[in-house]
Design a protein around this ligand. Structure first.
Ligand SMILES: NC(=O)c1ccc[n+]([C@@H]2O[C@H](COP(=O)([O-])OP(=O)(O)OC[C@H]3O[C@@H](n4cnc5c(N)ncnc54)[C@H](OP(=O)(O)O)[C@@H]3O)[C@@H](O)[C@H]2O)c1
Length: 249
């Protein structure tokens, strides 16, 4: 089936940060609904395991490309890997959609903040992802594709000890909104901004749980399931671009 020129099934989706807590949940949900995922992160062993675990139901293992977004050649490496795994043919590019779900989440106490912290974090969270979307934009356009990035609610309501990370996530959000304008209407670019997403560590500590939950408008954490649902919904929402939706904020 096709909606607004976009094929709704069997899409090829690049998941960046695919071995992380949320990246894993997103890659699984995409596979479950019949999309073909390509995974990327740094750790080759984890990627290999993750790729094999997605080989259910008679499907072959997912493709993956290992790359460190902090390295200058990361975008080239990922695009090269994609072209090798899924060569463009019959008017279709190598990839139809992109999910940006990579870390890290560095703590940078103000007293120790260094130029390198800012440079590295902005490179990993903003420069490389924005250049990757730029490099893949003609593939995405051919498929009326979408980009969905995981942002952080701290970019509008900052918290302490994370100046480098929050600055980088702010740059990513603004950069993606600018790309949404540049790439419309063929490619849609949206953000799911996260507050706190429940994790086992938080669940095990009632005080921490209470303190964090009070930061959210609904008085509760988001869950990985909420995040997956928001990401897939925005990916499919052919009417939406430049949107920032919230989960657990
Ligand atoms: N979980 C939350 O509560 C929360 C809240 C707000 C925002 N977010 C955002 O949501 C996204 C996912 O969060 P998460 O909790 O799933 O993170 P996570 O579990 O720490 O996973 C991070 C992923 O990014 C990859 N990664 C880290 N550094 C990288 C680098 N230099 N180059 C390439 N890949 C790299 C990791 O794999 P490798 O280490 O192998 O590279 C992993 O696949 C992040 O953008 C985070 O900022 C999360």
């Amino acid at each position: 089936m096709t909606v607004a020129g976009r094929k709704t099934q069997g899409r090829r989706v690049l998941v960046v940060g695919a071995t992380g807590r949320l990246g894993t949940a997103i890659a699984e949900a995409l596979t479950e609904r019949g999309d073909e995922v390509v995974l990327t992160a740094r750790d080759t062993e984890k990627l290999e395991k993750q790729a094999a675990s997605l080989a259910r139901g008679g499907r072959k293992a997912a493709s993956f490309v290992s790359a460190d977004l902090g390295h200058r050649d990361a975008v080239e490496t990922i695009v090269h890997g994609l072209r090798a795994a899924l060569p463009p043919k019959d008017g279709r590019g190598s990839i139809d959609d992109v999910i940006l779900a990579s870390g890290p989440f560095p703590r940078t106490p103000l007293a120790e903040l260094r130029r390198e912290d800012l440079e590295r974090t902005i490179t990993v969270h903003a420069v490389a992802p924005l250049l990757l979307v730029h490099a893949l934009s003609s593939d995405l356009a051919k498929a009326r594709g979408g980009v969905v990035a995981l942002g952080d609610a701290g970019t509008t309501r900052p918290y302490e000890q994370h100046v480098a990370y929050l600055t980088a996530k702010g740059a990513l959000k603004t950069g993606l909104q600018a790309l949404a304008v540049e790439l419309a209407p063929d490619v849609r670019v949206n953000v799911v901004e996260l507050g706190v997403v429940a994790d086992p560590e938080a669940d095990a500590d009632p005080l921490r749980r209470h303190r964090l939950a009070t930061r959210s408008q609904l008085g509760r954490f988001g869950t990985p399931h909420d995040v997956v649902h928001a990401v897939l919904s925005l990916l499919d929402a052919t009417w939406a671009t430049g949107e920032v939706w919230g989960v657990g904020r």
